[in-house]
Design a protein around this ligand. Structure first.
Ligand code: ATP
Ligand code: MG
Ligand code: ZN
Length: 335
């Protein structure tokens, strides 16, 4: 994969890395400015290290070996003094190291001769700039608020035997488990269903954040955009490398989130793309999360049997109930 997205991310990494290095240098210099003794010791260490390296080359010569040992002792003393000086100002050498965003690859993008997970996620983010994943900073398991869900057990109103709070608590647990269980072939895919404003997209973002934290890759896309893109791609004559990568990723990414299924204008090309996604990913044990306002009965009506049967067999259906949180938030804001 060497398309222009790849090159852009690679360039970004270079810049990011150089910035971390130069900031570390600047910081060190500012500490040295206030503590000139540190700079002196470092100079001495450098001089002696050089001498010692030279001495090592001629180590067959006994007198030089003695000389080298002497230098090593001096070096150890200086290093000790350096650490002591740092200690006085509450610092260690570690404070001078560049602060890389990724401690695995030190922002090189490569880890153990493979593309680092941060880099592959960056490739995905770059390819799907318009995707909603930027929300995961605000919408994640840590910010999840139970306060919007009623404790009232009203079967007539909500159509289930428990309160919306008990219901969302169970779904949240399932969702958390799902996000840590993507590779497990026994783990079913998730289908979030429920009317508008009940927190389906929020919980999908929680899952995305949790998955990314584990170094895995996620694509979030709404059904209309995803299926449009895919059918456009299929009918396009000259496909660029990037377009091909983007298409392939839909089948390969660790987790694919399809939001708002049922809002797209369907046609047979899109049906077949949707079936293609479901089928290919299910066969490869690649997890899918689908969110929709449609009820299972409506899905059965709107989609072909071969798609519906996939949902029933391979998805765990999570039914969201409660009050529209968007409205609740407005009410609170207007109080
Ligand atoms: N558990 C939660 N804690 C805090 N805020 C939440 C929670 N769930 C949802 N929200 C907020 O409520 C609003 C509606 O939630 P969300 O967009 O997830 O609903 P939805 O079920 O996806 O609706 P739609 O079917 O219209 O897409 C958003 O502003 C979201 O941030
Ligand atoms: Mg939504
Ligand atoms: Zn990395």
């Amino acid at each position: 994969m060497q398309g222009s997205v790849y090159r852009k991310v690679e360039r970004d990494y270079d810049i990011k890395r150089q910035r971390a290095i130069s900031e570390a240098k600047k910081f060190k210099q500012s500490v040295y400015d206030n503590n000139p003794r540190l700079a002196q010791i470092e100079d001495e260490i450098n001089t002696i290290s050089l001498k010692s390296a030279k001495a090592r080359i001629f180590s067959d010569d006994l007198s030089r070996e003695v000389e080298q040992q002497k230098l090593e002792v001096e070096l150890a003393k200086l290093n000790f003094e350096y650490d002591e000086e740092l200690k006085k100002i509450g610092m260690t050498r570690k404070d001078f190291e560049p602060k890389y965003e990724c401690s695995k690859c030190n922002d090189t993008g490569y880890f153990e001769n493979k593309i680092c997970s941060c880099f592959s996620q960056q490739l995905i983010n770059e390819s799907f700039k318009q995707s909603n994943l930027s929300k995961i900073k605000e919408e994640n398991f840590e910010t999840f608020d139970y306060g919007y869900y009623s404790t009232c057990n009203d079967k007539e109103k909500y159509g289930i035997d428990k309160s919306p709070l008990e219901n969302i608590d169970a779904i949240r647990k399932l969702a958390y488990k799902f996000s840590h269980n993507l590779d497990d072939p026994e783990q079913k895919n998730l289908l979030f269903t429920g009317s508008t404003g009940l927190g389906k997209t929020f919980l999908a973002n929680c899952i995305a954040a949790e998955v990314i934290k584990q170094g895995k890759s996620v694509i979030y896309q709404t059904a209309p955009i995803l299926l449009d893109k895919m059918t456009d791609y299929k009918f396009k004559f000259n496909k660029t490398e990037d377009e091909k990568d983007e298409y392939d990723k839909i089948f390969e990414v660790d987790l694919l989130i399809i939001d708002d299924l049922g809002t797209e204008a369907m046609n047979s090309a899109k049906f077949s793309e949707l079936f293609n996604i479901l089928n290919t990913r299910l066969l490869k044990n690649k997890k899918i999360l689908i969110s929709t306002n449609l009820t299972p009965q409506e899905i059965k009506r709107e989609y072909e049997e071969r798609i519906f049967s996939r949902f029933v067999g391979d998805f765990m259906i999570c039914r969201f109930v409660g009050e529209d949180i968007r409205l609740l938030k407005k009410k609170i804001a207007n109080k």
